[in-house]
Design a protein around this ligand. Structure first.
Ligand code: ZN
Length: 592
């Protein structure tokens, strides 16, 4: 069941009355307010409101915050049935929001695929494939994901030749951690009809060895030939995947997420979980719009069937936010669309390779126009500087032609924006409530060694320029791009401050620290700045009266611990819409 009867207009009216009459006795207050069913007290509760204020306690009724203040003020509101939770001085924040995480796909991967994100050598990858294949019937597909040559001792791609002996009778597909390339074994290449004579498809690359034979590595659209052969997960597997990801979110104090690039099957899985009352997070989705006008039209036909934000299903639990388009590839695969040649191993130049757009740039512009005209929010994946410029200029053009405010068109990843792009973002935000970067600080860490090697010495310091954004008044939101980097938001908070790579292949700080921000900005990017990108700013993103009681309680105070310790910030308790969904102490068998 979906709770429909929460803080009603009457309760808000009572609060208005309360603020108009500050002298009202506590007894009157209790009568006027919905009696709280939950009070969190004796805390250091960072509300992330406009004043960044901190309170001791909050009172919650029917999933929403009905009052906040001192311990005394809140405890006076308690009735005999009110549950009181003593935070024992701990810090709390709003539940954290990830503005870009593929939690449905990542959950399926976590449960059903071979995990390669912690493999240190090509041999380890091969051994895991061998072990996985041993559990399959001949002919069944083996899927794995998370490998990254930047983390492998050999510092090279995994190839078909590596995999063939381990899996002679099962086709294998191992997706790279960026999701923009992967490796197939020879059997899979054969089933996909990829041969030495095969030409690169538009906006795709078949990687080749010195003799010109396919190496097994397929980039961007070249992956489709293999991926389209793999049987999709079942509806039950999709639902289980989503639940596994949400459970992980709760363990990390996270209660909201934007899942970009979904299709009908994933929507159905979310909607079914909502019907079952099992969707314990605020999820906003972007529909995959493909790379042609026809695919964009069919995405639009799907989008118009669902409530339009800020309307949603389940009171903000499931929001059909808009459409996702790709402008270019990846900084990992050196397929992002850039102005100057990509680098290799930091100082080398990948001569002649400036990446490529994911579709004809004019087609992209027409797709943006189509959605904008239909008043649909667009999120565009843009990694390279040239791609980002094209995207912000396309938004500006659409908005000038048709000045519709509040669609919040976004630039997903926005790795190395030019000065021009930053200027346009600032203007679009001010004028049209659009042009928001949805960034991933953890790229600098988890794939930072591969990234530094490819972006090279000139571009690296410009990567994820958070401080410049803050100084120019550009609002940005944080995220993991999970499965690309691990889901816990603490890594993003930490990376926003520390900008450190995982391995230090090109030094610990190839991106420099000039663009680091403080914890206040970092935390805002996972709370009050992220909420509007889910069209849920009236419900989530700060702890204020009338908003959902989504609260994360931490074992240490993010505002006072050294920045480097944010990486290991431990969650003590997570509350979603007034219900405890994670309690570290209960899990450990100890009850506060
Ligand atoms: Zn993504």
């Amino acid at each position: 069941m979906i709770p429909v009867n929460r803080c009603l207009p009457a309760c808000l009216a009572a609060l208005t009355l309360l603020s108009a009459a500050p002298g009202a006795s506590s007894a009157t207050r209790a009568a006027q307010l919905d009696a709280p069913d939950l009070i969190l007290y004796h805390g250091t509760i960072h509300t992330l409101d406009a004043d960044d204020s901190t309170v001791q306690a909050i009172a919650v009724a029917r999933g929403r915050i009905v009052a906040r203040g001192t311990d005394r003020e809140m405890l006076e509101l308690a009735t005999p049935t009110t549950r009181r939770i003593d935070l024992e001085g701990r810090a709390a924040t709003p539940g954290l929001i990830d503005s870009h995480a593929h939690i449905a796909d990542a959950g399926v991967g976590m449960l059903y695929h071979v995990s390669l994100s912690d493999a240190h050598t090509v041999g380890e990858v091969v051994a895991r494939v061998r072990a996985g294949v041993a559990k399959l019937e001949p002919g069944q597909w083996l899927q794995g994901e998370g490998w990254d040559e930047g983390k492998l001792a050999e510092h090279r791609y995994v190839t078909a030749a590596d995999l063939d002996a381990a899996s002679p009778r099962n086709p294998v597909w191992l997706l790279h951690t960026t999701g923009h390339y992967g490796v197939a074994n020879t059997l899979a290449l054969r089933e996909a009809h990829i041969e030495p004579a095969s030409k690169d498809p538009p906006a795709g690359t078949i990687d080749r060895d010195a003799a010109g034979r396919p190496s097994g590595v397929l980039k961007e659209s070249a992956m489709d030939a293999v991926v389209n052969l793999i049987p999709p997960p079942t509806p039950a597997q999709r639902r289980a995947g989503i639940l596994a990801s949400i459970e992980l979110m709760h363990r990390e104090g996270m209660t909201g997420v934007k899942d970009p690039d979904i299709d009908r099957a994933t929507w159905d899985a979310y909607a079914e979980l909502l019907r079952q009352g099992a969707l314990a997070a605020h999820v906003c989705v972007l529909w995959h719009a493909g790379s042609t006008l026809e695919s964009a039209r069919s995405a639009l036909a799907e989008i118009v069937q669902h409530p339009r934000p800020p309307a949603s299903l389940g009171e903000g639990r499931l929001v059909s936010c808009g459409a996702k388009i790709y402008m270019d590839g990846s900084g990992g695969a050196r397929t992002g669309w850039v102005y100057a040649d990509w680098n290799r191993h930091f100082s080398e130049v990948d001569t002649g390779n400036r990446g490529y757009p994911a579709e004809d740039p004019q087609v992209y512009r027409a797709m943006v126009r189509l959605f904008h005209h239909a008043k649909v929010h667009v999120g565009t994946h843009a990694v390279g500087d040239r791609a980002i410029d094209w995207v912000v200029d396309s938004y500006a053009q659409a908005l000038t032609e048709e000045p519709i405010s509040g669609l919040r068109h976004s630039i997903i990843h926005a790795n190395i924006p030019t000065d021009h792009a930053l200027e346009v973002m600032a203007t679009l935000q001010k004028r049209y409530d659009a042009g928001y970067p949805e960034l991933q600080a953890p790229f600098m860490w988890w794939i930072g060694d591969t990234y530094a090697g490819n972006y090279g010495p000139e571009r690296s310091p410009r990567l994820v320029p958070l401080r410049t954004m803050v100084s120019r008044g550009i609002r940005f939101s944080g995220g993991s791009d999970n499965f690309v980097t691990p889901l816990p938001a603490r890594y993003g908070l930490w990376a926003s401050l520390e900008r450190e790579t995982l391995q230090g292949t090109y030094g610990a700080h190839p991106f420099g620290t000039a663009e680091a921000v403080d914890v206040h900005a970092a935390l805002r990017s996972y709370t009050r700045w992220a909420a509007p990108q889910l069209f849920l700013e009236r419900q989530i993103g700060s702890l204020e009266v009338g908003k959902d009681a989504d609260v994360a309680v931490w074992e240490s105070d993010p505002y006072t611990i050294p920045g480097r310790d944010l990486k290991n910030l431990r969650c003590a308790l997570t509350v979603f819409e007034g219900k405890v969904v994670y309690d570290a102490h209960a899990s450990a068998g100890e009850r506060r």
